[in-house]
Write a protein of this length. Structure first.
Length: 80
């Protein structure tokens, strides 16, 4: 199991390689088999590392709150 800080470290390494070998181009993807509990933490750690690496200002609130309709559909997909 890789922790969120482990994903942040890997993101930093891949970001540095992209800077050196790919003119800074970088594409990150989520693959299957992840834990829905850990996924938000891992994504947040990855994005935070990219923000740190690129010296971009942090985003205060990147996503609006989910509407009741969104929550209903998410619950149906997750089987809640």
């Amino acid at each position: 199991n890789v922790s969120p800080s482990g994903f942040a470290w890997m993101t930093h390494v891949v970001y540095e390689l992209a800077q050196e070998y790919c003119q800074g181009r970088l594409c990150l993807l989520c693959e299957g088999g992840y834990s829905l509990t850990m996924l938000p933490r891992v994504v947040a750690a990855t994005v935070a590392e990219l923000i740190r690496s690129t010296s971009l200002p942090p985003v205060e609130d990147p996503a609006p709150p989910a509407s009741p309709s969104h929550s209903y559909h998410l619950d149906r997909v997750l089987g809640c």
